[in-house]
Design a protein around this ligand. Sequence first.
Ligand SMILES: Nc1ncnc2c1ncn2[C@@H]1O[C@H](COP(=O)(O)OP(=O)(O)OP(=O)(O)O)[C@@H](O)[C@H]1O
Length: 502
Amino acid sequence: MSAKGEVLFEVKDMCKNFGVTVALKSVDITIKRGEIRGLIGENGSGKSTVSSIIAGIQPATSGEMYYKGKPWKPENALEAVSNGIGMIVQEAGTIDNVTVAENIFLGNYQPFKRGMFISRSKMNAEAKKALDKIGASHINPAYPTHLYDMQERKLIEIARTMYNNPDLFVVDETTTALSQKGRNLLYTLMHKAAAENKAVVFISHDLDELIEHCDTLTILRDGVIIDNIEKADYEENDIKHKMVGREIKGNYYRVDTDGFGEEVVLKADCITTMKDLLCFDLELHKGEILGIGGLSDCGMHELGRALYGLEEVVDGKVVITQSDVVVKSPQIAFKNGMGYVSKNRDTESLELNASIGANIQSTGYKKNRLFGSIMSSKKEKEYAMLQVDALAIKCVNILQPVKAMSGGNKQKVVFGKWIADDADILILDCPTRGVDIGVKASMYRLIYEMKKKGKSIVMISEEMPELIGMADRILILKDGTLNGEFYRKESYNEHQLIESMI
Ligand SMILES: Nc1ncnc2c1ncn2[C@@H]1O[C@H](COP(=O)(O)OP(=O)(O)OP(=O)(O)O)[C@@H](O)[C@H]1O
């Protein structure tokens, strides 16, 4: 049996270039059996790049890797999986139009073949075992994957990875897609793997969860390893400083208790959606930041989609009060001064094949038009560059395609496009998902500036500190209905907020 502390994986002098972008510069990492290794760094610092090279998803430009004492140069991810390296990627890693079982065994149907045919019952039974093994028994292996939401699809990916019992388990920025229950399930799997003298590489922007769960932290900045810190030496400010290369001052939330206007700008009248969001009423006021919180499956993401016309409302209606327009589609919402940042950025908020500039400029048609449909390229460039600078979007230039960006930088593009639009009503669903602490501060400042300009914002979030830090009022949902309403001016009591969630 392999011993705890034995070297399992080594990265030596690794470099990775994407054209002119240098993603990794001479990176060395040694991962030992029995450890959970955290990777931390700003958006675009190289965390996903180095871990995807380890997992055979892409090759390095130069450098060496050793796995179980032997040189490691996988041709592809399948080779890595069959050798005991499994990775959960940051973006969606399932295919919508096939069954859950097919996603779990993706391309590896041989064990279920009977002659020319695949035995579905055998495959479903094995997939059920994989789901049971990680504690996701509620997911039906025979169902099409698109019936499941983002967090359940992540659980399907986790089941796929854990089915192969990897020796090295890489988790890339996965927790932001999961509910607290899903996170706990993942933490349990990580600790179990470490206890069995396997190893885990865990990427996250949540410093608290890294500090709690990791034995060692490796800090990356601009593709360079800045430090490796053992658990006994963790010091929050020191880690932050090393990550960004400057002092990050404590409080990045607003400190005032200023209220909001009386005028109602958006009204949801007893809206009921297909997925059982039960009779929900909501009034959003001018200059208000309205926080929506609850457990992940409480209906808050569905509510955000319904407010922007993305989710079919079978009863009740959403009305923009000033114009008396009923929001029946995202097109109507957009035309009438609304914006929406989706939690699901790749499929709902971005045109992945288009450039950074084109994505941001997609909201600026009216502002950047010269006449007719002739656009001012100068205005368009300024429109995009303003956001690139304000949010420190890491790119070579705005012509770079969004699909080549790191996860956090994609999130900044989505956010930037709606801030640029200067919409009167913004629906933000987990706006700071996957962004580093430095940029979070800029996002909060921009949201606050919007409020001060009299804009109205619905801020849906699974992060309670963010809601408490920013919202004028917080609505807590439970099972699709309102279970608590709290006001900033009366001071939030975190305990009460949490009580109303569960
Ligand atoms: N396929 C690609 N083509 C071009 N550039 C890329 C590609 N993949 C990554 N990059 C660039 O490499 C750098 C490192 O990206 P990486 O995804 O590793 O960052 P990260 O630390 O994981 O960021 P995040 O926290 O935002 O997920 C970034 O500048 C990114 O734009």
